[in-house]
Design a protein around this ligand. Sequence first.
Ligand code: ADP
Ligand code: SF4
Length: 683
Amino acid sequence: MLSGSRYAPLFDRVRIGPVTAPNRFYQVPHCTGMGQALPQTLIAMRAMKAEGGWGVVCTEYCSIHPSSDDHPYPFASIWDDGDLSNLAAMAEAVHAHGALAGIELWHGGSYVANLASRAPTIGVRSMPGRTDPIQSQRMDRRDIGELRRWHRDAALRARKAGFDIIYVYPSHGYLLSEFLSRSLNGRTDEYGGSLENRMRLMRELLEDTRSAVGDRCAIAVRFAANGHGAEHLSEDEARDVVAALGHLPDLWDVVPTDFDEEMGSSRFVREGAFEDRIAYVRQLTGKPVVSVGRFTSPDSMLGQLKRGVIDLIGAARPSIADPFLPTKIREGRIEDIRECIGCNICYAHNFRGAALRCTQNPTMGEEWRSGWHPERVPAGHDGSVLIIGAGPAGLEAAHVLGKRGYTVSLADAAEESGGRVTRESRLPGLAEWARVRDYRLGQINRMRNVSVHLGSRMEAGDVRDFGADHVLIATGAHWRRDGIGRWHVRPIATLAKAQVYTPDDILDGRRPAGDVVIFDDDHYYLGPLIALQLATRGARVRYVTTEGRAGAWSLYTAEQERTQRALLEHGVEVEVNSAVDSFDGVTATLSCIFTGRVRVAPASAVVLVTAREPDEALYRALVGERKEAENMLAGPDGAFPSLQRIGDCLQPALIVHAVYSGHRAARELGGTGSDPRRERVRI
Ligand code: ADP
Ligand code: SF4
């Protein structure tokens, strides 16, 4: 299928030291929220990537010793032989599809807190950790010797478990980058001072790993090609490290300095953005280079390959959004690629200590738990389904039910499909989010058994008259206009209603001007983006939030700092730990959430981003008609259609939840579902 395809070079085999990758698609190490805690879930997820055509599939950060314990985040571990069976099962599952398995050996140094192992944390010097009020123990020569032994033992175990590529990991603020850092490394021994001394430990671990396993396994190094920031490891110094150690590993896995950029959401970082900073590594080392760039377009991949920047297409998020991306390119099915939208909901789940979820790929993390395959759905019946609401929930349900063979009618009152996705994607920086709609619409448009009816508002009588066998209500939710949310449990008593706006008003194109107060009790992207949009159009914007930072939840999506910076740079007044208590049309009263102390701000308009109400009137009306209790799945008497709500109409939440809700309902319609499996610790 590839002959003559311009993408054929993406499927060349690539020699990496003693092993050969079957193609150039390389799933770099990425955290999963699964790790050692959910081994079956993890193995099935990694195996799915290999099945989908990724030529190399790596673990997440894999701790080599109890002194590197990132609890409560579910990292991988290779502390002793007891860890080997799970790791070996992953390597075997990946090998079963012809892919290579990589393992990222990791020591967190001062960064972690060892909350579970209770071992003292260790570092290049004694210093505070990332989150907890704990300082590390300064490593002496003996400790460094121990570390080298742990690393070597871990590499030997990894080889025993069947891994083909073994990482040395001197980046992302962990132990080895502490040693590299000019400012953190204050040592006066042979591991401190000059660059040669600071990179000594990195060199030693590379050499140790080579002598332990280099005959059979490739050695990879993950390195920030432009350093760790001027005060730690400057760009020039990073280049010197690559020049000095370039020959030691078999593969350079290069990233940019700033993790928030490497992990950058589509709001802030475009596809393939790191090229200028990484391009030199391949020239300098002559070794194969892999790097990420949230690549979803085969042309972007090919471009970097042809320009000699990379040899292997690194991916974490694109492989999460579409485990079958390589297969689709190989088969020339580019339009079937489920492109990552760069929302970072995947990362947020790991950050919350939960298994990966993905906005675009509702089967992510469900491969073992629910037995879901990203490309295959169970065959359905030849019944008919009416779906009301073509937002992310309705579109996903229509897509899956269409694939299952049902006759599907998807109706929406609006003149355009996509619901909230279409509307929100017009906010600053969210254009890529429209891919949620476009992927599904693209699939649906090619199905003859699915019809889309826009401009079709449905009332209960219309639904009844339609006479479908199954009805899914996906009518969404709307933002409240009374201030009720997390902070206010009752409506705000004084509100000059004519000048009160909700996010729906803004998304409908209304634009308050003058002194605008935005009250963000939701804490994610909408409040800050509305603030930015209005400020850009000349309003004097005061952003008030009950949290301690602007868009506080976006800390989990690696967007918070850039969000707050953008607000400040656009002249938005940011007032944290505060609530809006009243608004008389001229001023808003704000209060401190700790002391209740009140202050007054000029306000000609207030935008309330507080909470949503499900749009369930249609559902309620249909329930009333049936004169039955609410649980109507698979109507028992056969006289009425089966009826259920999905998406925001059932539970106002994020787009990822709406897609998942639509997917599960569609996959399980007709009784094809079963309760998800659980991984549990048994004694
Ligand atoms: P979700 O996130 O759950 O998919 P959205 O709010 O994005 O929900 O989408 C809901 C969609 O339902 C909107 O496009 C809206 O126009 C549509 N809708 C709501 N009520 C009706 C109705 N009675 N008839 C047809 N479409 C409706
Ligand atoms: Fe991409 Fe969002 Fe899926 Fe993560 S959750 S892989 S960023 S679409």
